[in-house]
Design a protein around this ligand. Structure first.
Ligand code: IDP
Ligand code: MG
Length: 136
């Protein structure tokens, strides 16, 4: 297994629900290292740039509003197959479809307010990591 880096975000609902510690702990227990971390509040424009792949989707406006509605924790995780490993720990986008024991099954309230973001491919990770951590 190759070591990879992936971008993880604890979204505004995750920060609001006080599950930062729980989420980070799940990643660490799974063998991933947090190699960068910051808390920030995105502007609507920053959220739109981050989610530009979804700009034609009907939920794009709401997604920008949600993602810029409060502070988020943005981090880079590193470990074996970190991109897929993170996606498995997160669970499916819609918490109703997420495997029991995943972050989204345990904490998310809807397909939109689903607690965490994780890069979905090496290409996404190589766009998303420098979007927040240009020095990495
Ligand atoms: P992902 O976060 O599991 O990769 P994506 O399809 O990339 O899911 O969607 C990005 C984000 O957009 C989701 O995490 C969620 O917050 C929001 N989203 C996705 N699908 C819907 C929808 O059908 N309605 C409202 N929001 C959605
Ligand atoms: Mg995605």
């Amino acid at each position: 297994m190759k070591s990879e880096r992936t971008l993880s975000i604890i979204k505004p609902d995750g920060v609001e629900k006080s599950v930062i510690g729980d989420v980070v702990s799940r990643f660490e227990k799974a063998g991933m290292k947090v190699v960068a971390m910051t808390m920030l509040t995105m502007t609507d424009e920053q959220a739109g740039g981050f989610y530009a792949v979804h700009q034609e989707r009907p939920f794009f406006g709401e997604l920008k509003e949600y993602m810029s509605s409060g502070p988020v924790v943005v981090m880079v995780l590193e470990g074996p197959d970190a991109i897929d490993a993170n996606r498995k720990i997160m669970g499916a986008t819609d918490p109703a479809q997420a495997e029991p024991g995943t972050i989204r099954a345990d904490h998310a309230e809807s397909i939109e307010r689903n607690i965490v973001h994780g890069s979905d491919s090496p290409e996404s990770a190589s766009f998303e990591i420098p979007y927040f951590f240009p020095e990495l």
